[in-house]
Ligand binder design. Structure first.
Ligand code: DGL
Length: 279
């Protein structure tokens, strides 16, 4: 569908969603890079994880969340979930008359520019790796690159348990990453929203010759660029209180709030539970 700029207002919020808490790594980057923007976040905490679900299911969930976010007249939507970006981006873009940005393309673009030996690793959920989406975009950008995908399903529960720096996380990371070290990659895409939170562990294990690419950072950068090109960047600070950053979840708002406040410095005041199946 064509983008209809009439539907966008500069001071309207940006909608961001994820299967749960992981997308907060993208929110954190948006807050840092474009601090004037208001944000409406939805975390699908009742239906997480998406990484082990089918494309059909993840697409249906994503469409419901987009309908929910559009009730806030958002000017653009960020799909802050690699699995939803891998599975649902094409359909969401096709159905939308406001811009929708995923996390996969921005991450792939930077990795393609970063690699020197053409050997790029991607770590992500089973769904993202199985979709081969990073390999597809990377090879469109540079036909010479070889892409090695590795599903790391235990990282999400480890992060959600708060084991960010912990011997258990260390041991599991060593096992997952061993084969990527053996094949001498020089660039590693953190292809799941949770992984930037264990970046220090991953970086230590991969060693300094390997550059880690954080799609959350790159997505915020591309969002800023896109809004700038469309003359849609907010010109005024978002204000104070719960109006500037609003958080919604499909279950366990209190637990979400604790996690959110542990990784975002702004003091998130509240998170509300909504019945997403109604959308
Ligand atoms: N947010 C998901 C992703 O980036 C990870 C968690 C899940 O499996 O839902 O792929």
């Amino acid at each position: 569908m064509e983008i209809n700029k009439e539907l966008m207002r500069r001071d309207a919020p940006i909608g961001v969603f994820d299967s749960g808490v992981g997308g907060l790594t993208v929110v954190r980057e948006i807050m840092r890079q474009i601090p004037n923007e208001r944000i409406i976040y939805f975390g699908d905490t009742a239906r997480v994880p998406y990484g082990s679900k089918s494309q059909e299911t993840v697409t249906r969930f994503s469409e419901q969340i987009v309908r929910f976010l559009r009730t806030f007249q958002v000017k653009t939507i960020v799909v802050a979930c690699n699995t939803a970006s891998a599975y649902a981006m094409d359909i969401l873009e096709e159905e939308s008359d406001i811009p929708i940005i995923g996390v996969v393309k921005p991450g792939a673009r930077v990795a393609a520019q970063t690699t020197r030996n053409g050997r790029i690793g991607v770590i992500a959920t089973e769904a993202t790796i199985g979709s081969h989406i990073y390999a597809k975009f990377l090879r469109e950008l540079n036909r010479e690159v070889t892409v090695y995908g590795k599903a790391c399903p235990l990282f999400v529960p480890l992060v959600e348990e708060g084991l960010l720096v912990d011997p258990v996380t260390d041991e599991i990371a060593r096992r997952y990453l061993a084969e990527l070290i053996d094949i001498d990659i020089d660039t590693l895409i953190l292809g799941c929203t949770h992984y930037p939170l264990i970046r220090s562990t991953l970086s230590r294990i991969m060693g300094e010759r390997v550059t880690l690419v954080n799609p959350a950072y790159e997505t915020a950068r591309e969002l800023k660029e896109l809004l700038g090109q469309m003359d849609m960047l907010s010109q005024t600070p978002p204000g104070l209180g719960s109006n500037c950053y609003q958080f919604y979840v499909s279950d366990k708002a209190e637990k979400f709030l604790r996690f959110a406040n542990s990784i975002i410095k702004y003091g998130i005041l509240s998170a509300k539970a909504v019945n997403i199946e109604e959308y």
